[in-house]
Unconditional design. Structure first.
Length: 252
């Protein structure tokens, strides 16, 4: 029971972070591994939670009349080939290499938290029509591969691609992001289910937290307190990265 409550609490925080920005999986993936799951099963279990999380996030955005389902679906389609290829890689990679890659990803996410966004607030156009689509599509293919393979921190990549290439406001960036992840998560989750790499009890406990956090994050779109959250999150992620990379063993 204690493990399920822990996963619910982590899911609550992760779901909130995922919808507000991204990187929630850098909390939940290492936690699932530390609870005894192998890397592939932790990856698949986390995807079950994210899939359910994004259903609630999409519903919350829709309730606030923030949605462009046709446009979101078009963008999501470009992530599917890469996501499927990435998921196939993920179920065959060894535990040690997945943990090393995850540790490096976590460090990269921490660094990205403290890189200022230039021109923030200037992208206010709510329309997604652009004249140059191919850079967006190619970026989404790459994002799909990464999301299918690791998932952790993919929200930052999607936000960067949509914000800088489509030139749309951040609320709509997040709206598209959750729909894109929802679409490509379906086939990748199936790959993990078919290969028996999902722990359903842990996944549903995590999903309950993720869904709750996602609903409120989409509704509130928190503006304040980001500095404290970033520093606290960065410390937690660095400790987990050190664990994944074996740095703590080297020191102690």
């Amino acid at each position: 029971m204690g493990q399920l409550l822990l996963l619910f609490g982590l899911g609550l925080l992760a779901g909130f972070i995922n919808i507000m920005a991204g990187g929630g999986s850098t909390l939940t993936l290492p936690a699932l591994i530390l609870l005894g799951l192998d890397s592939a099963t932790a990856n698949g279990t986390n995807r079950l939670a994210i899939f359910i999380q994004n259903i609630f996030a999409i519903s919350s955005f829709r309730k606030r009349n923030v949605h462009q389902f046709r446009e979101s679906f078009k963008l999501a389609l470009w992530t599917l080939p890469g996501a499927i290829i990435g998921a196939v890689f993920a179920v065959h990679i060894s535990d040690i290499w997945f943990q090393r890659i995850l540790g490096l990803v976590i460090i990269g996410v921490v660094i990205s938290l403290f890189i200022p966004v230039t021109g923030s607030g200037s992208h206010t156009d709510v329309h997604t029509t652009v004249t140059r689509r191919w850079p967006v599509y190619m970026a989404l293919f790459g994002v799909g591969f990464y999301g299918g393979f690791v998932q952790a921190g993919v929200g930052f990549l999607i936000m960067a691609a949509l914000y800088h290439l489509l030139k749309i406001d951040l609320v709509r960036v997040n709206m598209h992001k959750v729909f894109i992840v929802f679409v490509y998560m379906f086939p990748t989750l199936l790959i993990f289910i078919v290969t028996h790499h999902v722990h359903y009890l842990y996944g549903l406990a995590l999903a309950a937290g993720n869904a709750t956090g996602a609903w409120w994050s989409a509704k509130i779109q928190v503006r304040g307190g980001e500095t404290v959250v970033r520093w606290a999150l960065a410390l937690a992620l660095l400790l987990m990265a050190a664990k994944m990379l074996g740095v703590l063993e080297w020191i102690f």
